[in-house]
Ligand binder design. Structure first.
Ligand code: PMV
Length: 330
């Protein structure tokens, strides 16, 4: 009753910010993302009859809040398997955790895949996506690789709110340059931030109304491999989400000075004809999506921006999967 899984974070191009049901973690609108290949989460799960409580170590640390969340997540699988057995969970990331690099997406996707295998549930990918969603909305998308679309669904039970692959990573091998501008954990996590935006941001309703049109535009840009069109809709979606965040009371300002400098850097590169666009999540890191031949130029330019601590270059990768136990956790 054990298994090890690996998953990678995904970056939303059409963003998700707001829920239609908090308890089931149902998104208020759809989203569209790309799964990365250079940042990894490895999660090992072992169910153990001798345990009285789940034993959970994330990056080698035991944290009460995370343990409660993961406990509840494991209960969803225990209910399906008809067991009460507790588990050891060891999970590690080879990138900064909780800093706007989508560690919750890769974390819950890896956990869902590992628990499914450990309990021999053999759930299909859409069921796994639905279950991963219960841990974190964005995790539903990391079950799949390449370009992925998340459906918000309309059913109250959430059985139609899952992700579906749109296009294989190899079919359009874009690169993502991540400019890390701070390794600090963010002050307000996505779940709390979304909830406050929904309640207090005067732009929230308009934001949700823009998403279906953005999704149509992004989906057809992906299908046509139209980089310019995908860039335009992605930057617009990102900035609209941050406008909602800024107008939240109290304001959610996830950017720092270097974040804005990176945006200006990307805009200057665009003006020079470089194939690049930016996107930013609930954190200060800037993700520059680029055409493969332009990745080195983009990385060099972002590395030179004051306040950029590190630049990571990633391709697009596969979805969450089982790996050999010998690989252990990062
Ligand atoms: O599902 P969460 O709690 O990881 O929230 C994701 C929120 C954003 O990263 C800002 C947007 C997105 O669609 O990934």
């Amino acid at each position: 009753m054990h298994a090890t899984a690996q998953a990678q974070p995904n970056i939303a191009l059409v963003k998700y910010w707001g829920k239609r049901d908090a308890a089931l973690n149902l998104p208020a609108a759809g989203s569209l993302s790309i799964t990365l290949d250079a940042l990894h989460t490895r999660t090992r799960v072992r169910f153990d009859d001798s345990l009285d409580a789940d034993d959970i170590a994330l990056n080698g640390e035991h944290d009460a809040t995370q343990t409660r969340k993961i406990d509840a997540f494991l209960d969803l699988f225990r209910a399906r398997a008809g067991i009460a057995t507790r588990a050891h969970v060891e999970s590690g990331n080879d990138f900064p955790t909780g800093a706007g690099l989508a560690s919750s997406a890769s974390g819950f996707a890896a956990l869902a895949i590992a628990v499914d295998r450990a309990l021999r549930l053999e759930l299909d990918a859409h069921e796994l996506s639905m279950l991963a969603r219960r841990g974190s909305g964005s995790a539903a998308r990391s079950i799949f690789g390449g370009f992925v679309e998340m459906a918000p669904g309309t059913r109250a039970d959430g059985e139609d709110a899952f992700a579906t692959p749109l296009l294989d990573a190899r079919a359009w091998p874009l690169k993502v340059v991540v400019a890390v501008t701070s390794r600090k954990k963010k002050a307000v996590d996505s779940r709390a931030g979304m909830e406050t935006s929904q309640r207090t941001s005067p732009y929230y309703r308009d934001w949700i109304a823009t998403v279906p049109g953005d999704l149509d535009a992004a989906r057809s840009a992906v299908q046509a491999r139209d980089f310019e069109k995908l860039g335009a809709v992605s930057e617009a979606s990102c900035l609209a989400m941050h406008a909602v965040m800024l107008a939240t009371r109290p304001a959610l300002i996830y950017w720092n000075g270097a974040t804005l400098e990176c945006i200006q850097c990307v805009r200057a590169l665009q003006a020079d004809g470089t194939g690049v666009f930016f996107t930013i999540d609930a954190g200060p890191q800037v993700k520059a999506v680029c055409l493969p031949d332009d990745a080195t130029r983009v990385a060099d330019a972002l590395r030179a921006v004051t306040g950029v601590e590190e630049v990571l270059i990633s391709g697009l990768g596969e979805g969450a999967r089982i790996v050999e136990d010998a690989h252990a956790c990062a």
